[in-house]
Write a new protein. Structure first.
Length: 231
């Protein structure tokens, strides 16, 4: 053993130790990594705290439940009804005051923008909660296309718009007076462009009503303030 140590320089040994530590780090799963049903598990097992084994069976317990989990592994509920719930996105953990990123989710199983069962009421529910947290002219509601999302349970992002980045192409933009028509309006725009998979962004219109924007990429990443600089 001593002979082996003499043959290998100390710097090389240190490099090997760092490499082994990095490989071990990659091997340890993080919350939600590679799991496309995390949001559905939260909706189905974490919103109702009544079960006797709640802290054990819920992947991200509600922050008020006393399960002693870090911020990124807890659920903070902002609003809930029989049909929908709005929770804090874990991207908010460690962020400066004023940063907002929430998720509106249906409480029944809906995969995403491609699901024919997508509920019309989710847009109005999401907008009402967003309006409690930021001025309406800053609100962006975003749904990502299937190919760019990480979760297979429908979730509407409640974030601030980056209005300077918004597309002005009329082929991708439509106006509506009713949030309940967002799915229909977006589907019509996407069909005209020949898109079967698409993302949706909803913002306040320049005068009244709302603007519905479709994109073939992630509307959350392209057009909103989705992440923050940590404190």
């Amino acid at each position: 053993m001593n002979m082996l140590a003499r043959r290998i320089p100390a710097r090389r040994i240190l490099s090997l130790v760092h490499l082994a530590a990095f490989v071990l780090f990659l091997a340890v799963p993080t919350f939600g990594a590679g799991q496309r049903d995390v949001l559905w598990n939260i909706v189905s097992t974490c919103i109702d705290t009544g079960s006797a084994d709640y802290c054990a069976r819920c992947v991200a317990p509600r922050s008020e439940a006393g399960c002693n989990r870090p911020c990124r592994n807890t659920t903070q509920v902002w609003a809930e009804s029989k049909q929908f719930v709005v929770i804090r996105d874990r991207k908010m953990c460690g962020c400066e005051d004023g940063f907002v990123h929430g998720l509106a989710l249906p409480r029944n199983r809906v995969t995403g923008v491609e699901d024919p069962g997508r509920p019309e009421g989710i847009w109005e529910f999401a907008w009402a909660e967003a309006a409690r947290r930021m001025p309406e002219n800053e609100i962006a509601l975003a749904v990502n296309p299937k190919r760019t999302r990480s979760q297979d349970h429908l979730h509407v992002h409640l974030v601030r718009a980056r209005r300077e980045s918004l597309p002005t192409d009329p082929l991708r933009t439509a106006r509506t007076d009713a949030l309940g028509s967002v799915w229909r309006v977006a589907a019509g725009k996407a069909a005209a462009l020949g898109w079967k998979d698409y993302g949706i962004l909803v913002i306040k219109g320049p005068d009244t009503g709302f603007l519905v924007i479709v994109d073939d990429g992630s509307t959350e990443r392209k057009f909103t303030k989705a992440v923050c600089f940590p404190k």
